[in-house]
Design a protein around this ligand. Structure first.
Ligand SMILES: *Cc1c(COP(=O)(O)O)cnc(C)c1O
Length: 398
């Protein structure tokens, strides 16, 4: 090689083509080039459309966000939602983007564990006070209000006991106080409940779970009714660095294509599994909002119609030993603390999501050592029925 041979050939422009790709391209570029300083000004001042630096947004993120906007019915004029590197990125951007020292938050005591940790361990360090309430107790939402309440945060169906929040009371509390109502819609998904149609000001998701659906990306999404709130979320996202990877957005877009099909199938499996478990000797209790024996069944039917979801929980009478026998007898059901995968996943809240609580705290929520949560997948129901029947029988035989 001679010294004047080029060592780094210039990148070529993408080939010109009159036909456009049908599948979405992936744009991994972190940085975008413009013609000159005036063009950059035009972009930052909103007179021209373009990207600059991917932490502030990129095409794959926008394409995914626009699809979730449609599913969730992001309000006209809101500017649409934003994607984040994880569901917790979305939660963090909402809390850090919209709150300041002296503000007060009213939140369900049964939110996702990390959200609760952020609310109770981190926000107080920044001078934000938080009151947790029983989400099923309508009066509790109102009674917790203070003049400085700025946010009210709820999940419709709680983890892992699948209690159904009094969303009417949460909304009324928001209206009475002028606080924003924030709904984490990860469990219910827009297939069952569309929070913007029920008074929510901000809706967020762990896209990692049911929307993407294959346990191979971590992503979040959040949208705000008020464009000023959206700007605050976008600024928090860029400052916190809760950036979504373009490749993961692309994978999630692919997952989203089958979301409705997967959801409907998993939900039908969940309803059938709940009934199967309820009929098995060796199961102490089954929790599924679609069953008349669920403590919030009437509210679930009122809020969700017949969309009772893809999660089922149940209790084995023999404590942790019975849980371990169950797991050993069904190694084909992954024992993994997540949800929303195409495959059925099992989790044991006392040793995972709820291990930070005391035994008494768990007991108060009905989370015994024999408690298992099932994220129901899209398998043929017969194979699930066979696995669960076999494992329950093994669990009850010490
Ligand atoms: C998983 C989950 C989150 C957090 O999402 P990540 O993508 O894991 O950061 C938030 N809320 C709920 C209800 C969840 O299930």
């Amino acid at each position: 090689m001679t010294d004047d041979a080029p060592r780094l050939p210039r990148r070529a422009s993408p080939p010109a083509t009159q036909a456009r790709p049908v599948a979405s391209p992936i744009w991994p570029s972190v940085v975008w080039a413009v013609e000159d300083a005036d063009a950059l000004d035009a972009q930052y001042e909103g007179r021209a459309r373009g990207f600059a630096y991917s932490r502030e947004g990129h095409p794959n993120g926008e394409m995914l966000a626009r699809q979730i906007d449609v599913l969730e019915g992001a309000p006209e004029g809101s500017g649409g939602g934003l994607v984040f590197g994880s569901g917790m990125g979305a939660v963090s951007a909402v809390l850090f983007g919209l709150l300041k020292a002296g503000d007060h938050v009213v939140a369900s005591a049964q939110l996702y564990g990390r959200s609760l940790r952020l609310l109770t361990q981190d926000l107080p360090r920044f001078g934000v006070a938080v009151t947790l309430v029983d989400p099923t107790d309508g009066a509790a939402w109102r009674d917790a209000l203070r003049p400085e309440t700025r946010l009210i945060m709820a999940e419709v169906v709680s983890n892992p006991t699948l209690r159904v929040a009094d969303m009417g009371a949460a909304r009324a509390a928001a209206e009475q106080s002028g606080a924003r109502l924030v709904v984490d819609n990860t469990f219910t998904t827009p297939r069952a409940w569309r929070p913007f149609e029920h008074g929510a000001d901000i809706v967020l998701h762990s896209v990692t779970k049911i929307l993407a659906g294959h346990s191979d990306v971590t992503l979040g999404w959040a949208a705000a009714r008020d464009p000023e709130d959206r700007e605050a979320l976008a600024a928090a996202q860029a400052s916190l660095g809760a950036t979504a990877s373009p490749y993961e957005c692309w994978l999630a877009e692919r997952g989203l294509a089958t979301f409705a099909l997967r959801y409907d199938r998993a939900e039908a499996n969940a309803a059938a599994l709940a009934d199967l478990l309820a009929g098995l000797r060796g199961v102490e209790a089954v929790l599924y909002p679609g069953r008349p024996d669920h403590p919030d069944h009437a509210r679930a039917a009122d809020l969700l119609g017949d969309r009772f979801g893809t999660m089922v929980s149940f209790r084995l009478p023999g404590g942790r030993a019975a849980v371990n026998r169950f797991l050993h007898a069904a190694p084909e059901l992954p024992f993994a603390p997540s949800l929303g995968d195409v495959q059925t996943l099992l989790s044991h809240p006392p040793s995972s999501s709820h291990r930070g609580l005391t035994a008494e705290g768990r007991e108060a929520l009905g989370i015994t050592e024999g408690f298992l949560r099932v994220s129901v997948g899209i398998e043929d129901f017969e194979t699930l029925a066979e696995s669960f029947t076999r494992a329950v029988a093994a669990a009850s035989r010490p």
